[in-house]
Design a protein around this ligand. Sequence first.
Ligand SMILES: [Ca+2]
Ligand SMILES: [Ca+2]
Length: 722
Amino acid sequence: MPKDLGVTVDPETKSKKHLIEFSLKGYVKATNVYVVGDFSCWFPGAYPMKLEGETWRLTLPFYPGEYLYAFMIEGYKWISDPKNPLKTRNAYGRECSVLQVSKSLLDAKCFEGDGKIVLEGLYHDQTPIFLDVDDKLAHIKFRAKRNDITRATLIIADRKGGTKKKEKMQKFWQNKFFEYYEATIAVPKRRGAQYFFEVEDKRTIAYYSASGASLQREEVTGFELDNTYSQSFRVPKWVRNAVFYQIFPERFYNGDKGNDPPGVCRWGEKPTRRNFFGGDLKGIIDKLDYIASLGVDALYLTPVFCSKTNHKYDVQDYFNIDPHFGDNETLKLLVKEARRKGIRIVLDAVFNHSSDDFWAFRDVREKGRNSAYKDWYFIRKFPVRKRRFLEKLLRFLPLPPKWRFRLMMKFPPSYETFAGVSFMPKLNMLNPETAEYFMRVAEYWIEEADIDGWRFDVAFGVPLEFWKKLRKRLKALKPEVYMLAEFGNHNSDPSMWVGEAFDAIMNYGLRQAILDFVVFERIRAEEFHERLMRFKALLPRKSLFVMYNLLGSHDTPRILTLCKGDINKVKLAVFLQMTLPGAPAIYYGDEIGLEGGGDPDCRRTMPWNPKDWNNEILEYHKKLIQIRKQNKALTHGEFEAILIDNEKNVYAFKRIYEDHEALALINNGDQEFLFTVKTEKQFNDALTNEPFKPKKGKVIVKLKPKEAVLLLPITRIISDKT
Ligand SMILES: [Ca+2]
Ligand SMILES: [Ca+2]
């Protein structure tokens, strides 16, 4: 059973978390034992344990709640906690253990209206998750036990504790144990304002303040409103306005036939795991006009550094562009030419593992235990052995992927790898020398080519401490650099990662919610809304506006293919992607209706003959991007659901920023639906320009099944033109 070492208060943030000690006896010969869980995408690497005597141990801080975890020996052998009788299965069906942090609080019985309040359940701290304050507004979140209180109020006080202002808090999300509230207030001009919380349950009043929870008003010590810690978390401003376009360079456009790898396939042939087509950086430069015509203003390129494979996720040389893609000068030219069109560049950093031909690993292979770089990796046994035979065998054996994976895991090479792949040895970022080398890589391309950000591959496979240090260094070098983490598992909890280490994650959680709601029709409006609110509760508010909101990537089947060719579904998915908070990210080709199943089929060559394009999908993308660019409500606006109808499967929400407003109505049901919007304003359908005039204080909008409209107030459109 993990041991609860009690509540710890972080001196910097004053956040109160429980220190939980995980332990596992035995496996003393293993190079590593990792804790994995829904807080690490179930991936080994982020949380390595330390061997003390015969027991592996690791202590991690958690907010109260329920978490799932397991142990992974050397990154390939999975076991649930033998000492913990509480077991379940995770989303992948694997047996895992259940960690209950602050069990007495989770178990505490509570009722709304019984006049009792569970004081231990009340919570707020000044981490970016609970507090986001700028010069004008403060957005404040608060937590209480589920179904315990009838009202939560935010109180602004002066330095002496006198009440200045009261604001009713809105409940926006609940899980099994807690409910979450929020309020937004104007920051008083005079410095020294403080705040605290007042909650009520049938005439019983309780308070929550910097001195904790109390029934006594005298015991309240307010939180300082101009909190420097939450303000120290900044995200790049440009990402709020950005629309990303992801390019897999090998498949986008062949701009220089002179640098093609030998034996390239004809453009348009079927992609396999091993074939090449000759796409390169010059090809991206040549197509910048096309990219700009879409309205996108940021590119995310999958890896471009020296590597043997077509995807280049096994890097041999982190300081040089792959010769089949061009050279370092080509990258600099791309950054320069793109910038002239207002387009920024984000590159892909693969720091979880290197290629087996990376110089450090070659040295280990050659010199064995005498190599000065043996601690850059996790070597189980010398000499280093690759397991070539099994991999060659698997190349000809038509086994299903699950069985291949099991076989690979059963017979691992003599070192830790990425997912059992022997040409991707796992790097040891706990070794300060290794960490320093890769921090320099990340700095180098910002200094040398002036790139605007990094997407970090398998971020959850590398210890969090590495990312926190890297964040400090990169933000010091270029404050507006975008730090984006791959976070592959949509059920996982990214709250440990975003805020302290990353600006945002690849939002596979939103992707899955949109697919489940619109494409697969597995969930209805209420659950769709719940899923959106979950991230709002778990993540810093600032991050929500810079999340990388994708419908597909080089790792997933394409959206049109998932929709089985149903263009109305594609449009509805794109509509949500373009109107919800966060930066939309288009996977190259999705905008012209390129099809493709799972990897490698999702990495087809981009067709350049417009006759092969689906113009309806293309125009829909362009139009929505243009609307998004012209309306700050969509890039900066607060999000508020205004209709959640589970029966009709209809959803509607508002986005509001200062005097900008947008209203999104979505009919995901199978019947026509009449929306009635109470308003005195005249609205325009942003996509068709059809006007809606209010009659007797309301506007009625008729939507066909799988149809959505975006309404913008006419006043807004007129003022945009003047
Ligand atoms: Ca109660
Ligand atoms: Ca080429």
